[in-house]
Ligand binder design. Structure first.
Ligand code: BDP
Length: 332
C-alpha cells in the first residue's frame, strides 16, 4: 500500500469508529462548536450563548469552545434549523415560530394571546410544560434537534409606517410582515390586516419599498433590526408572547462523549435565566430609544376586541392542543 492509501484507509477506520462513538481519543479532540443567531453581538440571546462558550472553554481547558455567527450570517431561522439538522451548525437560537413547523406541539405557544402576560409565559416555560416540550424536541426522531433551553422574547406588538393604530379598525388593510408559520398569517388576517409571511432578512427592504407597511416584534428587536426610523407607529397589542428556544444539533450531539453532552445540557439550561436578566435590562433600554426616536407608542387599555377577533385562529388550530392549553391556563 502506498503511504497515501494507508492514510486514507486509516482515516476511513477512524471515521467509522467516530460515527459509532467508539473513539474516545477523538472525542477528546479540540472542537469549535458553531452557533448562529439572527441578532447582532450584544443582543441578549447572542450574549447568553457566547457565555455558554466561555463556560465550556473553562470546563474543558479550551477543548470545547463556541464560534458565534450573529446577524443572520448563516441565513434566516429556517436555514439555521436545517443546518443544525444536518450537523453543519451545532447551536441554533431560534424563535418557537419556525420550530413549530417541525415539532407540532410547540405551536401551542404560537397561538395569539395564549399567555395572560409575560410572567405567565415564564412560569409555564420554567415549569413541567416547558420541560416536556423541550424533551419533545429531543425525543422526536424527525426533529434532528436537542432542546436545550427557553429564552425570553417578551411580547410582540405591531409597528407600521402608515398610521397610528389605536383600534382594530386602524389595522384594516395594512400589509404586515409575519414570521413564516401559517398561524401568524391567519392571526394578522383575523385582526383585519394582510399578513405577509417573510423571513427577517427581507423585512427591512420590504418595508422600504412598500411591499409591506410594517411588521410586529418586541421592543429590542424593533430597535435592533433598525426598523424604528422606517416605521414610527408602534402599538402595544402584545398579541403574541412567543418564547425563544436554544437547540443543539442531534447529529453533533450523538457524536460527543457522554461527559461533553452533559456539559452542553447543563450550561444550555443555565443560559435560560441568564438570558432573562439580560433581556429585562434590554427592554428598558430599547423602549427609551424608541421613545427618544419620536415614535408614538400607543397602549391598548382594553385588549378584548383583539382577543375576540382572533377566535377564528383558535377555531382552526386550537382544538388540537385543548388539553395542553388547559394546563397552560391553569399555571398561576
Ligand atoms: C425576534 C426573534 C427572532 C425572530 C424575529 C422575527 O428573536 O428569533 O427571527 O423576531 O420576527 O423577536 O423573525
Amino acid at each position: 500500500m502506498t503511504t497515501r492509501r494507508m492514510l486514507m484507509a486509516a482515516a476511513g477506520v477512524l471515521a467509522v469508529a467516530t460515527a459509532f462513538g467508539a473513539a474516545p481519543a477523538f472525542a477528546q479532540s479540540k472542537q469549535v462548536l458553531k452557533a448562529a443567531d439572527v441578532h447582532p453581538m450584544g443582543y441578549p440571546t447572542v450574549d447568553a450563548v457566547v457565555s455558554i462558550g466561555k463556560k465550556l472553554e473553562a470546563a474543558t481547558n479550551g477543548r470545547l469552545s463556541i464560534q458565534m455567527f450573529p446577524s443572520m450570517q448563516l441565513g434566516g431561522e429556517k436555514e439555521m434549523i436545517e443546518q443544525a439538522q444536518v450537523g453543519a451548525l451545532q447551536f441554533a437560537r431560534v424563535s418557537v415560530g419556525p420550530v413549530g413547523a417541525v415539532v407540532d406541539n410547540l405551536n401551542v405557544f404560537n397561538l395569539p394571546f395564549v399567555f395572560r402576560d409575560i410572567a405567565h409565559m415564564r412560569a409555564v416555560v420554567d415549569g413541567p410544560i416547558g420541560d416536556e416540550l423541550l424533551k419533545e424536541i429531543t425525543d422526536n426522531p424527525k426533529s434532528g434537534m436537542i432542546g436545550l433551553a427557553w429564552m425570553d422574547s417578551g411580547a410582540r406588538s405591531f409597528y407600521n409606517k402608515v398610521r397610528d393604530v389605536k383600534s382594530l379598525a386602524d389595522l384594516k388593510g395594512l400589509k404586515i410582515r409575519m414570521m413564516g408559520n401559517p398561524m401568524f398569517v391567519d392571526t394578522m388576517n383575523a385582526l383585519g390586516g394582510n399578513g405577509v409571511p417573510m423571513q427577517m432578512d427581507q423585512v427591512m427592504s420590504a418595508m422600504q419599498t412598500g411591499v409591506v407597511d410594517g411588521a410586529e416584534n418586541n421592543p429590542p428587536s424593533y430597535d435592533s433590526f433598525g426598523h424604528v426610523p422606517v416605521a414610527k407607529h408602534y402599538t402595544l397589542t402584545e398579541h403574541l408572547i412567543i418564547p425563544e428556544i436554544l437547540v443543539f444539533s442531534r447529529k453533533a450531539f450523538d457524536a460527543m462523549s457522554k461527559e461533553d453532552q452533559a456539559l452542553i445540557m447543563k450550561f444550555g439550561k443555565e443560559s435560560q435565566l441568564e438570558q432573562r436578566k439580560l433581556w429585562d435590562a434590554r427592554v428598558v433600554v430599547a423602549m427609551d430609544k424608541i421613545k427618544a426616536a419620536g415614535v408614538n407608542v400607543i397602549t391598548i387599555a382594553d385588549k378584548k376586541p383583539f382577543q375576540d377577533a382572533v377566535k377564528p385562529v383558535w377555531d382552526k388550530y386550537g382544538s388540537k392542543y385543548t388539553a395542553l392549553v388547559k394546563r397552560i391556563q391553569d399555571v398561576k
